[in-house]
Design a protein around this ligand. Structure first.
Ligand code: ADP
Ligand code: MG
Length: 258
């Protein structure tokens, strides 16, 4: 399978901390991969680097055969890459539906302005945007909450809204940063169904997650980070049996207990 994303020797240093250290991996077109690793192992930094939130200390990133490192965040979204945030970024005074509607205007601010000014073409565009928004809310199970303020939603549904908003930009590659953090087991079941459904529709997905039931259920390939470096990669079974991975996780468990 052809690679959609090629990450080559990327690094990010914060002073003396090598948050990501010479990391390379590929994501095949249509694939569903996961990055796991103890807290502070560089998972979020890796997404921040690929999506242009941080400048690389070194390395290169190609998406669909074109270099994207050095592009602005906005340009990178326009190339078809979307993400959710580990720390939720919702507008407290907008409704659930507003969030998904706003997500559709990835192409330009001009497009958004035209829509507000209300030309005939833009009226059609906004009708289509509204239809797509309802479809996305149905997909994540929030249709009956469309007119509630985002701030009134409990934690789990907020995370689902973040996913709907990322999908609204119509990406080809979606990064999910701990989508199941703080979720109930039932909510995790919904996320499992959701990622499988969107993958079937052609989306390529990179999942960062701590909840192993989700990771092991959906991932075709898993990359394990520790101290910014890749320490293992393989299938769910290979990762669960890998001694270095077990040691890395036991290490953090001891830290938590101690
Ligand atoms: P993970 O997502 O795997 O928990 P992060 O990528 O958030 O890990 O963090 C990796 C390391 O980089 C940690 O040591 C963290 O403290 C450090 N780090 C992350 N972002 C910054 C930043 N903006 N400034 C300084 N250090 C950072
Ligand atoms: Mg993180």
């Amino acid at each position: 399978m052809a690679s959609l994303l090629e990450v080559r020797n990327i690094s990010k240093h914060f002073g003396g901390v090598k948050a990501v250290d010479e990391l390379s991996f590929d994501i095949p077109q249509g694939g569903l991969q996961a990055i796991i690793g103890p807290n502070g192992s560089g998972k979020t930094t890796c997404i921040n680097l690929i999506t242009g939130c941080y400048q690389l200390t070194g390395g290169a990133v190609s998406f669909g055969g074109h270099r994207i490192d050095g592009l602005s965040r906005e340009r990178i979204v326009q190339t078809g890459l979307a993400r959710t945030f580990q720390n939720l970024r919702l507008f407290e005074t907008l409704t659930v539906l507003d969030h998904v509607l706003m997500g559709q205007f990835r192409h330009s601010r001009v497009e958004f302005l035209r829509t507000i000014l209300g030309t005939r073409a833009s009226k059609r565009e906004s009708r289509e945007a509204l239809e797509r928004s309802w479809e996305l809310l149905e997909l994540v199970g929030l249709k009956d909450k469309a007119h509630l303020l985002a701030k009134s939603l409990p934690y789990g549904p907020r995370r689902l809204l973040e996913i709907a908003r990322a999908l609204a930009t119509q990406p080809t590659l979606l990064f999910l940063d701990e989508p199941a953090a703080g979720m109930s087991e039932e909510e995790i079941d919904r996320v499992i169904d959701l990622v499988r459904t969107i993958q079937k529709r052609g989306m390529t997905i990179l999942l960062i997650e701590h909840r192993m039931r989700l990771v092991m259920n959906v991932s075709e390939h898993i990359i394990v980070l520790n101290y910014g470096k890749k320490i293992a990669e393989g299938s769910a079974k290979e990762i669960q049996e890998n001694q270095e991975v077990i040691t890395a996780y036991l290490g953090t468990q001891h830290e938590k207990v101690g």
